[in-house]
Design a protein around this ligand. Structure first.
Ligand code: IPD
Ligand code: CA
Length: 305
């Protein structure tokens, strides 16, 4: 595994009047984090290409179920992210999918990195387009910085609270709000989502009533699609914080809304209490404002049946 570990410059982090991270601090952190995500994402893509040529073994193995896989590259990217971010921001908390996922009971009220080193690992292993490196910063329950490197397009999506949403240096906006029958939705279908009894009825209703349902295999990429207006809305049951922490601020800064909950009956938007970060099975609806409210009400109605 060539390529030296990335390093970040350490600096004093400027805070706003209430102790929250200021816009200029977030923009400065983002510059460093974006180059880190890009560097590690390109390195992972190069390893995936070598694997496809038969020159490299990704070291793929199952985690919680045969279909829930991890590779040595997932673990190595996380190791490098944790090393670089931990050294540059030693006071920030850290939650990552690989071996740092034991979140229960942890206090996430302070600034916390929430990272998925490779989102879309099945895509990564198969060279199916669309794996991402995702780095979110959550402060007091609010996603305030998100960087998502999309390996299939070599693009870096990013947003900071109050600073807009961007794809490289192009500003992003969600689609114009439209009625459900004109809207294209995307979702993730996993054993985790199937465990929710509302999965099948909600999927059936949204598929029947929308203009189409997509699935990319990477929730981070789905959130980039929602923030760019390529789809109108992303929804999923049974998701974890690292799948969405970076994408939440991307969608809200692009003019959309995000509703998040640990249960189908409590979907809420706006500032969330910090405990969603440690929740094992989240429900997310992220997209244009009226459409997202409509989809939330459909999910709530199914929850009341
Ligand atoms: C998965 C992907 C998938 C989503 C799953 C996630 P992973 O992440 O984001 O699109 O539907 O819920 O677990 O495991 O490939 O990092
Ligand atoms: Ca992952």
């Amino acid at each position: 595994m060539a390529s030296p570990d990335p390093t970040l410059r350490t600096g004093k982090v400027a805070t706003g009047p209430s102790g929250s991270l200021s816009l200029s601090a977030l923009l400065s952190i983002k510059r460093q984090v974006a180059s880190l995500a890009r560097e590690l994402g390109r390195w992972a893509k190069e390893r995936s290409d070598a694997h496809q040529r038969g020159d490299f073994d990704l070291g793929t193995h199952a985690k919680t179920a045969p279909g829930d896989v991890v590779t040595e590259i997932d673990v190595e990217v996380q190791r490098r992210l944790v090393g670089a971010l931990g050294a540059a921001y030693p006071t920030f908390g850290m939650l990552g999918e690989e071996d740092l996922g034991h979140a229960k009971g942890t206090d996430f009220s302070g600034p916390t990195w929430v990272i998925d080193p490779i989102d879309g690992t099945q895509n990564f292993v198969r060279d199916y387009p669309g794996f991402c490196v995702s780095i979110g910063l959550v402060d007091n329950g609010e996603s305030v910085l998100g960087v998502i490197y999309d390996a299939s397009t070599d693009a870096t999506f990013w947003a900071v609270k109050g600073g807009g949403a961007w794809r490289n240096d192009a500003r992003l906006h969600v689609a114009a709000d439209k009625a459900l029958d004109h809207a294209v939705l995307t979702t993730g279908l996993t054993t985790g989502s199937e465990a929710n009894p509302l999965q099948q009825p909600v999927f059936a209703e949204l598929t029947a009533r929308s203009a189409g349902m997509r699935q990319s295999g990477s929730s981070c990429r789905d959130l980039c699609f929602a923030a760019s207006g390529k789809v109108d809305l992303f929804w999923q049951f049974g998701i974890r914080a690292w799948d969405v922490a970076a994408g939440i601020v991307l969608v809200t800064e692009a003019g959309g809304i995000v509703a998040l909950s640990s249960g189908p009956n409590a979907l809420q938007s706006g500032a969330l209490s910090s405990n969603w970060v440690g929740t094992e099975k989240l429900t997310i609806v992220a997209g244009t404002k009226r459409l997202a409210s409509h989809v939330v009400s459909i999910i709530q109605q199914h929850g009341q049946r």
